[in-house]
Ligand binder design. Structure first.
Ligand SMILES: [Zn+2]
Length: 364
């Protein structure tokens, strides 16, 4: 008659070895309890009648071996300094979760809005040739318009045709690169990139972001420009917002427009409604507008969004596009400014955005 007691004795002997460690313990488990281990193998080798007889002892033995091994395992873990023992019932440590910077969120959202209407997202070099940033954009050397773009120059060899290397002060150099890349219209690009100008004060940072919308095809006109910016404004700021194009002057567009959007704080009226007590005072001599407080965020209901216009024929020519056949428009808008307008933020200091102060950033 088969007896399992011998296995128990043998195991106890092995467990008493001073050299026993956790990996030996795993081997012992396999040796005794594995599918082809001693206990199972012995049980498999006997007749069905015998099996019936020793069944209870077989089960008890397995349980006993299991207990001995587990007991030993816990003791080894306790003794070992390097053991990876942990109490599974202890509550966990939560680590702070990081998130994207809010300008990154804004860039992603802007990209998605334009991708929905078939624009492709491009990112052109931030270190750019003077030619692509100025000459090609209808601002020849010595032109006073170039003074509007104070520029960081890069210490690098000057190219006889392309001039010096600079940190691009706007995203418009991407227009030239896109024309030369695609060669034949139609072109529909949204170029979002960092721009650099040596200004550092409450409303300027030396590195900021712009997004540049750009379309060239046959029969493209101002209505397409206005429709596209209008679509963007409603998608990004909300259905109620309206835009307007206000005549302006830029070198690289003709005609040129400033783009304005209705103020989200006062709803485009320029006034906030007054505290109700004031208006309901008896015998008040206040006129209708005296009842109202001027909105501090906007100028009479409108906020400046950016610049835009029909691409100047000279710019098209610089990109090897025939202005007699094709026309196009472009706009350039600051990402940081647009984001702050969306949130209704009036930051006292735009530099806060890049201060790296997590307390500020966590609010969004
Ligand atoms: Zn307002």
């Amino acid at each position: 008659m088969l007896s399992f007691r011998a296995f128990l004795a043998e195991l106890k002997e092995e467990l008493s070895s001073p050299e026993l460690d956790l990996s030996t313990l795993d081997r012992l488990r396999a040796k005794y309890l594995g599918r082809n281990g001693l206990v199972n193998k012995s049980f498999d080798s006997i007749s069905p009648d015998e099996k019936k007889a020793v069944g209870p002892e077989f089960n008890q033995t397995k349980k006993h071996i299991e207990d001995l091994l587990e007991d030993k395992r816990l003791r080894l873990l306790e003794q070992s300094d390097t053991a990876e023992f942990f109490d599974v019932t202890r509550s966990g440590t939560s680590f702070p979760k990081g998130s994207l910077h809010l300008v990154t969120y804004a860039v992603e959202e802007i990209t998605k809005i334009f991708e929905r209407i078939g624009f492709i997202r491009m990112s052109y070099p931030e270190v750019e040739w003077e030619y692509n940033d100025f000459e090609a954009l209808n601002m020849p050397k010595g032109h006073p318009a170039r003074d509007d773009f104070e520029t960081f120059f890069v210490e690098a060899e000057e190219d006889p045709q392309l001039g010096k290397m600079i940190l691009s002060p706007h995203t418009s150099s991407g227009q030239i690169r896109e024309m030369l890349r695609v060669k034949t219209p139609p072109m529909r690009m949204i170029n979002i990139a960092k721009c650099y100008r040596p200004n550092w004060d409450v409303s300027h940072v030396p590195m900021f972001h712009q997004f540049e919308g750009f379309v060239i095809d046959k029969d493209i006109n101002i209505t397409h420009l206005k429709g596209t910016i209008n679509y963007f404004a409603k998608e990004f700021f909300g259905e109620k917002r309206e835009i307007r194009l206000r005549p302006y002057h830029f070198q690289f567009t003709e005609p040129s427009f400033e783009v304005d959007i209705t103020c989200g704080v006062c709803g485009g009226t320029g006034f906030l409604s007054s505290p109700s007590s004031r208006g309901s005072q008896k015998g008040s001599h206040l006129g209708e507008n005296d009842n109202k407080i001027k909105c501090k965020l906007c100028k009479s209901g409108w906020l400046e969004l950016g610049g835009s216009g029909m691409i100047h024929p000279n710019v098209l020519r610089a990109g090897s596009i025939d202005p007699a056949v094709y026309s196009g428009w472009a706009f350039g808008i600051g990402v940081e400014r647009t984001f702050m307008m969306k949130e209704g933020l009036k930051l006292d200091d735009i530099r806060t955005l890049y201060s790296g102060d997590i307390r500020f950033l966590q609010q969004f």
